[in-house]
Design a binder for this molecule. Structure first.
Ligand SMILES: [Zn+2]
Length: 284
């Protein structure tokens, strides 16, 4: 985690309604039943940090003692990571409220920092395919494409832009494989979307609309099969429940009892999958 530059947010403390709150930055109403805020404490019980977990990501915010003259709670992102500091009068509830009110800001800063970790692919480098490391290599006989048996992505000799070539091979494999897996799960669960599209989404793994369209992020092709399957089952379950209530999770668990392990994988590693992109794509 390496936020691009120092940036700060702060906000007044206030009591929050349980179901939603306004983003302190843009005033937009946010409903994030998915966001979880937990504390990290030392063995002596001192508050060290907060952990903010969304469905697909997690961010750690260090708690720093504020200056005695400090007047407000400051949430900050700089090259050392995220931190929050407060004047001596502030209670932990006040700190939590500031974090909650700045969820939107946190997500945006975090997404931008991940996008900046861009890496150009070339022969000899590795790419994740279904959770396994595949090496990029020049095919001795002009091979071109993904070779699962040898965990290799072959590129023909003489390809000038290896990065773009590999990107498009990954992208087309993602399109066919994700559609095939979704068809399989639709049959198994009896939940059939009206349309399935594979997309280049910047901030989510999948979505399901009230028109019964399911969208999946092509970058899931880098995740282990079980993780991809979890996202598919998750979106199919939204055909029955358009929320994340207990009935929804029961539905997911019915088809995938281990869903929490897959969600944890996405939280831990999901952001790294966004490094694979065309270098013409704008950052942030
Ligand atoms: Zn959902």
């Amino acid at each position: 985690m390496k936020p691009p530059s120092r940036t700060e947010a702060s906000g007044p403390s206030m009591l929050l309604p349980r179901s939603g709150y306004a983003c302190a930055r843009c005033g937009q109403m946010r409903y994030s039943g998915d966001m979880k805020l937990t504390t990290v404490r030392s063995p002596q019980g001192d508050l060290l940090a907060y952990e903010v977990a969304w469905e697909d990501d997690v961010v750690r915010i260090r708690v720093r003692p504020g200056r005695r003259t400090q007047k407000r709670i400051v949430l900050r992102a700089d090259e050392r990571g995220y931190s929050i500091s407060a004047p001596p009068w502030a209670r932990s509830q006040d700190l939590e409220n500031v974090i909650l009110q700045n969820e939107h800001w946190l997500r945006a800063v975090h997404a931008k920092s991940v996008m900046e970790r861009f890496e150009r692919l070339q022969s000899g480098k590795h790419v994740l395919v279904l959770g396994q490391r595949y090496v990029i290599a020049v095919g001795p006989r002009g091979e071109d494409g993904i070779d699962h048996a040898r965990r290799t992505i072959w590129i023909p000799a003489g390809v000038r832009d290896v990065h773009t070539h590999v990107y498009h091979r990954m992208r087309s494999f993602a399109d066919s494989h994700l559609l095939q897996r979704t068809a399989k799960w639709a049959q198994r669960t009896g939940l059939h979307p009206d349309r399935v599209s594979i997309r280049d989404q910047k901030s989510r793994w999948g979505s399901c609309t009230s028109k019964r369209h399911v969208y999946l992020n092509w970058r899931l092709i880098q995740a282990p099969q079980e993780v991809m399957d979890y996202v598919i089952v998750h979106e199919l379950a939204h055909l029955l429940h358009m929320n994340h209530g207990p009935a929804f999770w029961q539905c997911v668990a019915q088809w995938m009892p281990e869903w929490q392990a897959q969600r944890d994988w996405l939280r831990l590693h999901g952001r790294d999958l966004f490094r694979l992109r065309l270098d013409s794509e704008t950052q942030g």
